[in-house]
Write a protein that binds this ligand. Structure first.
Ligand code: NAP
Length: 336
């Protein structure tokens, strides 16, 4: 019997937090692979804050997705049929699959999973792009050094979890900022942060950072931007580094928040730098080798927040902006 490819298409550009109303569902017969192509069944989709900007019309760092097209997104899939000699049925691979159950993709756009490094779940979690982002952000942009006093925001999230643990592994003192008691308990108890700040319970975030980081901050890994970035800047130490990884707090701000404490950056001879993980494509293997080694040693973990079913993808995307995800958010379509 012919297999149907169930898809979620971008139907309306988001005005606020994205959700199911921005998408329509359809189903078309899965396309048999042509020469050099592979027919896949999607196993996991990664749900990431950047997707919100891809839904807009060319305002993000990548071109906006045209209305009516399959929503863009990366994930892991199993090969069903292949006309690329590099792939055989049953292989697991990762690619930009889109929000669909049965994509047909050129083999050259697929990367076969090296299952000696980790399971399919590891490849969407602690070996996935969020983890790789934390690796390059800390190592290349943050120039992480043993003994650094490190502060990480959105510390319970996909990128933040790995940043906290990586800094701990490298012999740093780490403070995590997260929203709510449960997430803070996770960051301290499970990830091993030396101190945590529940920013939702703090009226004076700068004061809370001063208490949690009495010697100041050598490296601030910023996932949220806005007032949190400002508060962190006020506590930088000499030669501090600020890694601009993301600014999720500003995604839906009517007016972008104007950072006020840049004078502190000058005063401490500090450096603030942004980056995009995609520009490290050539070095993903290096990051994954490091992450997989720590995984094997039992020093690294990543809590996933798993939603089941393609229809959950738009719901999951909205959860990221409400802080409702309790780990790296993924959608599972079938059991690997
Ligand atoms: P995530 O941290 O798993 O989920 C997003 C989290 O952001 C939420 O759980 C929430 O945590 C926090 N948040 C949401 N709205 C907020 C607000 N208004 N103020 C403060 N915190 C808020 O997501 P992720 O995929 O790991 O991404 C984390 C950041 O990294 C994002 O900014 C993303 O854009 C960025 N990123 C950058 C790159 C790159 O190449 N530079 C690559 C991947 C991701 P709380 O409940 O703790 O508030």
């Amino acid at each position: 019997m012919a297999t149907n490819n169930h898809r979620l298409l971008l139907a309306a550009r988001p005005a606020g937090i994205p959700g199911p109303a921005n998408f329509t569902a359809d189903a078309i017969p899965a396309r048999m692979p042509g020469p050099g192509e592979v027919l896949l069944e999607t196993v996991y989709l990664s749900i990431d804050p950047a997707m919100r900007s891809w839904m807009s019309e060319g305002t993000g760092y990548q071109q906006g997705i045209p209305l009516g097209e399959v929503m863009r997104g990366g994930g892991i899939a199993r090969v069903l049929d292949s006309r690329d000699e590099g792939f055989a049925p049953g292989d697991l691979a990762q690619a930009r699959l889109g929000w669909q159950t049965h994509p047909t993709i050129a083999g050259r756009h697929l990367q076969k999973l090296d299952l000696t490094l980790g399971t399919a779940e590891d490849w969407i979690g602690p070996l996935g792009l969020s983890a790789v982002t934390a690796y390059f952000g800390l190592r290349d942009i943050g120039r992480l050094r043993t003994g650094d006093r490190v502060l990480v925001s959105a510390a319970a999230g996909g990128v933040g979890q790995i940043a906290v643990q990586m800094a701990r592994i490298e012999g740093c003192r780490v403070v995590g900022i997260a929203g709510g008691a449960e997430k803070c308990a996770f960051v301290a108890g499970e990830l091993g942060a030396d101190a945590v700040i529940d920013y939702k319970a703090e009226k004076d975030l700068s004061g809370a950072i001063a208490r949690a980081c009495p010697e100041g901050v050598d490296l601030y890994f910023d996932n949220v931007g806005g007032p949190t970035l400002d508060a962190a800047l006020a506590h930088l130490r000499k030669d501090a580094r600020v890694v601009l990884c993301g600014r999720i707090s500003q995604t839906h701000a009517a007016e972008p928040y104007g950072v006020r404490n840049l004078n502190r950056l000058a005063a401490v001879h500090g450096r603030m730098q942004g980056f995009l993980v995609f520009n490290y494509r050539e070095r993903y293997d290096e990051a994954r080798a490091w992450l997989a080694a720590r995984l094997r040693e039992g020093k690294l973990r990543q809590r996933l927040h798993v939603l089941d079913g393609l229809e959950q993808a738009p719901i999951g995307l909205g959860m990221l902006f409400r802080g409702e995800n309790t780990g790296k958010l993924v959608v599972r379509l079938i059991w690997p």
